[in-house]
Design a protein. Structure first.
Length: 325
């Protein structure tokens, strides 16, 4: 028996959950426009390099459930029978449910670096099966990959910890077939304005810092990091920033009918390239630990902020002009 649900290649991969739900929503014609309407504003929390995270606002499975674009049902492992677990997963997938599996133990999963070495709770996302092999989107090294996960290993990763863990759960996620998400120029303009104003709204979580204010937090974090002899350096911040610019380029290309020429697209591509340079420099620093990199990184962040504000301002103006009679 075999069933494979449609799944676009992820446009982002820094945070696994955000990547998977975007890939799912883009796989259906009626919901693919979320990538253009959403994924504009960013939020962050604490300005230290070991804790700093960048996340897209209003772009999680729970956000989409609240907007009526999907449905979610939870199945807590502690209330399930291990013997019938495979049948449950296959049955849910047969009904066009993607599966968000939280609290799997990497110790029991051969594709992870911690297999048979260390216990670590993580998540994995399923989009199909072939007999007792399940199709998953998961990290394999530092990148998201499509892999096959054996049912027995999956059961071990969940049920071995059932007694002392209460956070392992399977969530079924089904895209609604009775809604159509239009490309919403008014919403895009509103989101862009909020981004410029440093204003962030999310239907699930209340963000700390948002929009262009994230740049100050990144710079603060880099300066604090430079003063510490030993500190964890999280590359994901810079990859997420680069991916934010990649999605903006993708969005501007889609908005071509509303723009007078390709000027903004070319500027966005340039900014995407600068952001990639910053990410590559952060990778170099994580390997070499050269403190001189930090000043250069701060300078690049300031450049990105300046160009980002200019491009976003121009995009708002051009989209607003396109709506005038």
């Amino acid at each position: 028996m075999r069933k494979e649900l449609p799944l676009e290649n992820p446009l982002i991969e820094t945070y696994q959950g955000e990547s998977f739900v975007l890939a799912v929503m883009m796989s259906y014609k009626n919901t693919r426009n979320v990538v253009f309407n959403n994924y504009i504003n960013l939020s962050t929390n604490i300005s230290t390099m070991d804790l700093l995270r960048l996340h897209f606002l209003n772009s999680t499975w729970e956000n989409y459930r609240r907007e009526g674009y999907s449905s979610i049902t939870e199945y807590w492992i502690r209330s399930l029978e291990e013997d019938s677990f495979g049948d449950l997963l296959r049955g849910l997938i047969d009904e066009d449910n993607y599966l968000l599996v939280f609290g799997v133990d990497d110790f029991y999963l051969p594709h992870t670096e911690l297999y048979n070495k260390e216990h670590n709770l993580h998540d994995i996302y399923l989009y199909g099966y072939e007999d007792d092999q399940f199709m998953a989107l998961a990290y394999n090294g530092n990148h998201l990959s499509r892999i096959m996960v054996d049912l027995n290993n999956l059961k071990k990763s969940l049920f071995k910890r059932k007694i002392d863990e209460n956070d392992n759960v399977v969530c079924s996620y089904k895209v609604a077939d009775d809604v159509y998400v239009d490309l919403d120029i008014n919403r895009i303009i509103s989101e862009l304005k909020d981004y410029l104003a440093g204003v962030g709204y999310d239907s699930v979580l209340e963000p700390d810092k948002a929009g262009v204010d994230i740049y100050d937090e990144i710079i603060k974090a880099l300066k604090k990091y430079a003063k510490r002899k030993r500190a964890f350096f999280d590359l994901r911040v810079f990859r997420a920033l680069w991916e934010h610019k990649k999605l903006m380029t993708y969005r501007i290309a889609e908005l071509e009918p509303y723009l007078p020429d390709e000027e903004l697209l070319n500027r966005s591509k340039e900014l995407e390239g600068i952001s990639r340079k910053l990410f590559l420099l952060s990778m170099k620093h994580s390997l070499k630990n050269d403190k001189e990199d930090i000043e250069e990184m701060i300078s690049i962040v300031e450049t990105i902020r300046e160009k980002d504000i200019a491009i976003t301002t121009s995009l708002i103006e051009k989209l607003s002009d396109s709506k005038k009679p």
